[in-house]
Write a protein that binds this ligand. Structure first.
Ligand code: NAP
Ligand code: ZN
Ligand code: ZN
Length: 349
């Protein structure tokens, strides 16, 4: 077995603390990655605090992983020792169902295996990237161009693909007016991608202090949603809206922004069920949709597009001794715009 150490949540309320565990020895199709950087996603907090239910402890969160290959199995093709490798939200899926064959692994009919807080096919609990290493099948690991800063690229593995995938699915491009709701980790990547794709981009934020950043990150216009006059100007005018908000909020107010035949897509996953009035979708024949991460080939495509267009996350590099503070700031919406843990700061076990 490979010995690993990292930080784990032991229950819904205690701060994360050092935790030692073991991972399987890499098989022929596996790589062992020495992790260098691990992004902090709001999903880590939702799950550590059991806000979605079904959490398993001890839980080592982290699904925005970048590191170097320390060992490559005998039939591994994409990687050799020393290469950079990246891992995202899932580390396996059945590979046989219609959705897996369509390369839509997150939608595996028998359930894709989460990078952490999941049971692997061998029955063991999976542990994520707040740790010194990870063992993963090469099919669920991705190559990273040396052009990309590895720390700032880590959030592409969740915040990046989760926004890139729906923008591609709904064919966002020139001539379209596209909204991004919530300027956090996902939202700021959504702004960058929608701008790159050539849309007219409108940021909807609750934070007046984020207006200037919103424009810098790719918004053509910024609406502070607490101001009804600003909202009224965009009523019924957007082709597509991506909602990346982590807490309950007024969806009827936001759906009213969508034009005839337009789509409102949720990627945010607040802990409580959302409510919408049927009139909000009957009007303008709107579609209310959702999207989860993205398939493996699309993750690689997104990473390659980012290298070509020089797109990475805006990050605050942080350390394990400040992890609790970083999580509190994420919950308060006070992060610019993604925390990334530097694994050099992980205390030796
Ligand atoms: P984040 O960095 O905390 O950003 C969330 C943003 O939502 C905040 O910055 C804030 O933006 C806005 N917000 C927070 N509380 C709000 C409230 N009460 N009312 C209105 N707006 C509020 O979180 P994240 O890491 O980007 O994740 C966002 C959500 O996506 C989380 O629920 C996460 O679990 C989920 N997620 C889903 C997928 C998927 O596959 N679908 C993948 C990853 C994450 P403003 O200050 O601009 O208002
Ligand atoms: Zn995530
Ligand atoms: Zn499957």
């Amino acid at each position: 077995m490979i010995s690993s150490h990292g930080y784990a949540a032991t229950d819904t309320t205690s701060p994360l603390s050092p935790y030692s565990f073991s991972r399987r020895d890499p098989g022929p199709k596996d790589i062992l990655i020495e992790i260098e950087f691990s992004g902090i996603c709001h999903s880590d907090i939702h799950q550590a605090r059991n806000e979605w239910g079904g959490s398993m402890y001890p839980m080592v969160p982290g699904h925005e992983i970048v590191g170097r290959v320390a060992k490559a199995g005998s039939s591994v093709k994409k990687f050799k020792e020393g290469d950079r490798a990246a891992v995202g939200v899932f580390i396996d899926s059945c590979g046989k169902c219609a959705n897996c064959l369509a390369q839509e692994q997150p939608y595996c009919e028998s359930g894709a295996i989460g990078t952490y807080n999941a049971k692997d096919y061998d029955g063991n609990i999976t542990y994520g990237g707040y740790a010194n290493n990870i063992v993963v099948r090469e099919d669920f690991a991705f190559t990273l161009s040396p052009k990309l800063d590895p720390a700032a690229a880590a959030p592409l593995l969740c915040a990046g693909i989760t926004t890139y995938s729906p923008l591609r699915h709904w064919k966002v491009g020139p001539g379209m007016k596209v909204g991004i709701v919530g300027l956090g980790g996902l939202g700021h990547m959504g702004l960058k991608f929608a701008h790159m794709m050539g849309a007219h981009v409108v940021l909807f934020t609750t934070s007046p202090g984020k207006v200037a950043d919103g424009k810098r990150l790719g918004a053509d216009e910024v609406v502070v949603t607490k101001n009804p006059d600003e909202l009224a100007r965009h009523k019924g005018s957007l082709d597509f809206i991506l909602d990346a908000v982590s807490a309950p909020h007024d969806l009827d107010q936001m759906l009213a922004m969508v034009k005839l035949n337009g789509t409102y897509c949720m990627v945010g996953l607040p802990e409580k069920p959302v409510s919408i009035h049927p009139f909000s979708i009957v009007a303008n024949r709107r579609s209310f949709a959702g999207s989860m991460v993205g398939g493996n080939p699309q993750i690689q495509e997104m990473l390659d597009v980012c290298a070509e267009h020089n797109i990475v996350a805006d990050i605050e590099l942080t350390s394990f001794d400040k992890l609790g503070e970083a999580w509190e700031r994420v919950v308060k919406g006070d992060v610019k715009y993604r925390f990334v843990l530097d694994l050099k700061t992980l205390p030796r076990s």
